[in-house]
Design a protein. Sequence first.
Length: 211
Amino acid sequence: MSENKPIRVVAFASGGGSNVRAIYNNIVEGKLNALLAGVISNNSSCGALEHARHNDIPAFHISRKQFQTETAYEQKLLDVLQSLHTELIVLAGYMKMMPESIVRAYKNKMLNIHPALLPSFGGRGLYGHFVHQAVLDYGCKVSGVTVHLVDAEYDTGAPILQRCVPIKDDDTPETLAARVLEEEHKIYSDAIQLFAESRVKIDRRKVTILK
């Protein structure tokens, strides 16, 4: 564990927030040198927001529907992120496309997690159950998890970490999803820790993990 100051992480989520909880638990257990500085969701009933409020973490419901213009919506996001002194953004089941202005403002400082081995089985419409169904329909013998940088397109940012998850002969989308999710809960914190230790070198699309 690095003895440096914890990296300030803000999580975006839309659903139950199991990855947010896993990140928070790893911080509490001393496995991750980070501070969960805030949680933002487009969904007012998001489980990740409930978890944040229960643990005295700043929680924000920010939806495009609340604003008359795209500009006002994006400025609100930027204002909140800046007020939280955000150093790294993690998308944890966030079901909205991140505005390009936010992607530019946090270039190489925004991560997403995808339940497959990108570049396979990524892109618009391939999320959650649909990813695992597509993997099984294709007849793959292995799936996995990818933590990648966020850019202006779906699932096209450079990978930071990838881990394999074997596929069993009797797997269903549900059973495969459960095993992939277990790995997600580990690998996301591992990727954040690399940033906390300043071990990620990014040169255009090439990512090098420093020793």
